[in-house]
Design a protein. Structure first.
Length: 62
């Protein structure tokens, strides 16, 4: 549950973005995409790790 301060920060951000002619939801989506782009290497490592674990489990069953 968001704190009072977090709610207030969101309200400020929404209003500032509206003044700049930007949609909050579109801006938020762009922020999500940025986090994903900045962490692509970590994501790929995690996926590779999962594939290796899955391959090991499958191989041990054979």
């Amino acid at each position: 549950m968001p704190t009072r301060e977090q709610k207030q920060n969101k309200t400020f951000a929404e209003k500032l973005l509206r003044i700049q002619g930007k949609d909050y939801e579109e801006w938020l989506d762009a922020q999500h995409q940025l986090v994903i782009q900045e962490n692509q290497e970590l994501i790929l490592e995690a996926l590779d790790s999962k594939l290796n674990v899955t391959s090991s489990v499958t191989a041990s069953r054979d």
